[in-house]
Design a protein around this ligand. Structure first.
Ligand code: NOJ
Length: 531
């Protein structure tokens, strides 16, 4: 049964932020040859696919999310030959390679934009979104950018504003021009021809904006401390019908390679009822799955059995019957799960991630229980961190180098790391956790291997079951076996009156048949139920 499922349903994904994973040449920045050296580790961990965030030539204003050439490799990351070797070796290790398709915008250094900005008569003028100033000379409307300030920047030489949902150095492409979509389709083919196994479409819910450029209304629920951009309700800059048409076309290109089952994933931050629109329909599919960030967005104080039970149930209920779920605990844009929840609850969160129905995506370092790094304002490199939070917080905290061993520079580089190492790296690193049978790493590894060996955890149904207060419990029911997952979100012990074979505790200190299941405070169990 499970063997019949496509690989992207069977396997867990692992997000690699390549700048911070493994450096190979001593410049303090991770690179593709470095990643290549760590494939043994990843294969042994038990993940089946790597999603690698952008490594294309880029001025690095947003660390690769500002692409200056879609069909190359940035020199700090290696070369195209390094990419080819990486794909070949990854495949040999049983690992698929998924790339980041930064489709919404390019770098302002991209030759397309350089040409577009040159003159109003440029061949590629219309590849980007240009508008005349408002009558007072200001921006054409009130739209705001993600990283602070208006979503428009004036190009003095040609007297028009261009649109950027992110930094001014990330001008938005104009998908109302068919040539733009055709160019992006070629990018997809370029990498699929080189052996890539699919794409995660960056900012997939933002690809097209309102044709009439209407102002967005004020957001009555905005409060200080929230993002500046969220002063507005994004009626006209998010989730436009035309965006779905673009995704359908990208999916059609991916389908040209269907014998290899490449995957199209989407970055979509929307509530469930709108998120599910990004699957498209069974006749006109879009993403194989849009990432589901509900567990990333759930505030730490709301990690209760009750809130989580209803969150999972409402997601399951929102999905069309043929749509495949996705679960995520963290990524390179958000505070790390270990910092949000603390170590014990973070162990529970990983049991949840790896036993819910759907494809789990892990974020590098989270398998060590790695907390956010300490990046003082003078070390902040994330432009968005400066623009939005004045350097007091930045995404760098979740992007610090992977701690491999207790040696110099944590084994990440022989040079000066581009971001500071986490201060606890001598105690929290891969090497030590590999030797400690109860470490966070061993928990994640055990779970990944159990997930592979127990088909019900992949293809079985999901159903909530009754449990004492504070305990989230559910069944995964396969053809021959049923498993129970019970997570105690309280510090007090709890008991489930049922006999089961414990396969794993989040404390990694018990296994075997038990007549009734006693859960210690903040303990989670995976157990096989008697047939
Ligand atoms: C989402 C990416 O995850 C983020 O890192 C980036 O800054 C924006 N999209 C813009 O590309």
């Amino acid at each position: 049964m499970t063997e019949q499922l496509p690989w992207w349903q069977r396997e867990a994904f692992y997000e690699v932020y390549p700048r911070s994973f493994q450096d190979s040449d001593g410049d303090g920045v991770g690179d593709l040859p470095g990643l290549l050296r760590r494939l043994d580790y990843l294969a042994d961990l038990g993940v089946g696919a790597l999603w690698i965030t952008p490594f294309f030539p880029s001025p690095q204003r947003d660390f690769g999310y500002d692409v200056a050439d879609y069909c190359g490799v940035d020199p700090t990351m290696g070369s195209l030959a390094d990419f080819d070797r990486l794909v070949q070796e990854a495949h040999r290790h049983g690992l698929r390679v998924v790339l980041d398709l930064v489709a919404n915008h390019t770098s302002s250094d991209h030759p397309w934009f350089v040409d577009s900005r040159r003159s109003r008569a440029s061949l590629r003028r219309d590849w980007y979104v240009w508008r005349d100033p408002a009558p007072d000379g200001g921006p054409p409307n009130n739209w705001l950018s993600f990283f602070g300030g208006p979503a428009w920047t004036l190009d003095a030489a040609t007297g028009q504003y261009y649109l950027h949902q992110f930094l001014p150095e990330q001008p938005d492409l104009n998908y109302r021009n068919p040539a733009v979509l055709a160019a992006m389709e070629e990018v997809v083919r370029f990498w699929l021809d080189r052996g890539a196994d699919g794409f995660r479409v960056d900012a997939a819910w933002l690809l097209v904006e309102d044709e009439k450029f209407r102002d967005e209304p004020p957001n009555p629920t905005w409060r200080p401390g929230m993002r500046e951009r969220d002063r507005l309700v994004h009626l006209h800059t998010e989730d436009q019908p035309e965006t779905h048409a673009v995704l359908r076309r990208l999916r059609a290109v991916v389908e040209e390679y269907r014998d290899r089952q490449p995957v199209l994933l989407g970055e979509v931050y929307l509530p469930f009822h709108r998120l599910v629109g990004y699957y498209g329909s069974s006749e006109e599919p879009e993403c194989h799955f849009p990432f589901n960030f509900a567990l990333v967005d759930l505030p730490p104080e709301e990690w209760t059995a009750q809130a989580l039970g209803s969150l999972v149930a409402s997601y399951e209920a929102a999905l069309p019957p043929w749509a495949w779920p996705s679960w995520v605990l963290g990524n390179h844009d958000r505070p790390r799960v270990a910092s949000r929840l603390g170590e014990e609850r973070s162990r529970l969160a990983h049991l949840l991630l790896l036993t819910l129905r759907g494809t789990p995506t892990l974020y590098y370092g989270d398998e060590l229980g790695l907390p956010d790094g300490v990046v003082s304002p003078d070390r902040v490199r994330d432009t968005a961190g400066f623009r939005e939070w004045g350097g007091r917080w930045s995404r760098d905290a979740a992007r610090t180098p992977m701690p491999w061993d207790p040696g110099p520079q944590a084994g990440f580089t022989t040079g000066e790391p581009w971001l500071p190492l986490n201060p606890d790296f001598p105690r929290r690193n891969v090497q030590l956790q590999q030797q400690d049978s109860r470490s966070f790493l061993q928990l994640v590894r055990r779970l990944l291997h159990l997930r592979r060996s127990l088909p019900a955890l992949v293809s079985g149904s999901w159903r909530l079951r009754e449990a004492p207060p504070g305990v989230l419990a559910y069944h995964r029911e396969g053809e021959d076996e049923t498993f129970l997952v019970a997570l105690n979100f309280r510090a007090q012990p709890a008991r489930l009156e049922l006999a089961a074979e414990v396969l794993l505790s989040t404390f990694l200190d018990r296994e075997g048949w038990e007549r009734s299941l006693e859960l210690r405070g903040h303990e989670g169990l995976l157990a096989r139920l008697r047939a």
